[in-house]
Design a protein around this ligand. Structure first.
Ligand SMILES: Nc1nc2c(c(=O)[nH]1)N[C@H]1C(S)=C(S)[C@@H](COP(=O)(O)O)O[C@H]1N2
Ligand SMILES: [Mo]
Length: 326
């Protein structure tokens, strides 16, 4: 086989296995069921301080998951954010840079039909629709999401390890990176009419990062299909990296030889590196990354190395200078 073997060290840690087991095996069975602003565009100063408070906009009746879901925690014991918080405070620049406006602007965006084309340096290029992707599995992963702007949430995603999809297309040995591309639709995505960014949104991972068991493609949230504002119908989630790596509304995935240039690297290379690992020791050029504001909490909390996933992922960066490879 031409794809790398998953080392034993990447076998799912027990706590994740347990949190996953609490979930059901298919969404159907889930009975209970601003960057440059965001990433601090050079022009937006003090984004973190200026970060608006949650509007408290109520979710539409019928979209709020039933109360048994309250009480979910991550493996550190911290409570999951509410459905309302997760779906009404978003970075999705294709719509707007205003986090509390994304939900209303994204409402009704058509996600059917949707195709994800997977190709590049693979033996078996394929195009998947969302039902095809669901066949890779649906399990719950309760992850912390830490935005580079220094706010964070705990989010109960539904998804499957990206490694499963990558193995299915059979990466060639020349493939070293994975490049992800989001939807391009300037007629319906007003943010894409702005020339501040080079659209479409692109992100990338090293192949071993992409194959890591923590890396998932998410198709749901709180046991329900992913709302558009969170990246419907399918988005990447890489919990040990700043949130901007977790690209939403993916239409294309390519295995490539060269390190992809992400939208953020192109926009502000001195501020956003390729790796973007959460690291309290390496400040953003315009603010510290030592602490963060968990949405729903008043006091700031310390930011954890690799967003609290060091045990699982630090080995990927052994012998790398994390200040240089930021
Ligand atoms: N396509 C796309 N994906 C994106 C973004 C974006 O603007 N466009 N913003 C990123 C940023 S900066 C963050 S913090 C997360 C936010 O995810 P959430 O709104 O689901 O919490 O999505 C990331 N993925
Ligand atoms: Mo972000």
């Amino acid at each position: 086989m031409s794809y790398p073997k998953i080392p034993a060290s990447e076998i799912t840690p027990e706590h994740l296995y347990r949190s996953r087991r609490r979930f059901m095996k298919g969404a159907g069975a889930m009975a209970m069921a601003a960057l440059l602003a965001a990433c601090g565009v050079p022009s937006l100063k003090g984004q973190e301080a200026a970060e608006p408070a949650l509007s408290g906009a109520g979710a539409t009746p019928g979209t709020v998951p039933p109360t048994p879901l309250a009480g979910l925690t991550d493996e550190l014991g911290d409570p999951a954010n509410t459905w309302d918080e997760i779906t009404h405070y978003n970075n999705f620049y294709e719509f707007t840079t205003k986090k509390t406006k994304v939900a209303q602007m994204a409402e009704g965006y058509p996600t059917e039909p949707w195709k994800v084309e997977v190709g590049g340096l693979v033996a078996n290029p394929r195009t998947f629709d969302i039902d095809d992707l669901r066949k890779f599995g649906e399990e719950e992963r309760i992850y912390r999401l830490r935005c580079v702007e220094a706010w964070s949430m705990v989010i109960p995603w539904v998804g499957f390890p990206l490694a499963r999809l990558l193995k299915a297309v059979e990466p060639l040995s020349k493939a070293k990176y994975v490049r992800f591309q989001a939807v391009f639709d300037p007629d319906r995505l007003p943010g894409q009419r702005s020339k501040v960014y080079q659209w479409p949104y692109v992100e990338g991972l090293r192949l071993d990062e992409a194959m890591h068991d923590l890396t998932i493609l998410a198709t749901g949230l709180y046991g329900k299909p992913l709302p558009m504002q969170n990246g419907a119908p399918v988005r990447l989630v890489v919990p040990w990296k700043y949130g901007f790596k977790s690209i939403k509304s993916i239409v294309k995935i390519d295995l490539v030889e060269e390190m992809p240039v992400s939208l953020w690297m192109a926009a502000a290379p001195n501020e956003y590196g390729f790796y973007a690992n959460v690291n309290p020791e390496v400040p953003h050029p315009r603010w510290s990354q030592r602490t963060e504001r968990r949405i729903g909490e008043r006091k700031r909390r310390p930011t954890l190395m690799f967003n609290g996933y060091a045990e699982q992922v630090a080995h990927l960066y052994a012998n790398m200078d994390l200040r240089k490879n930021f």
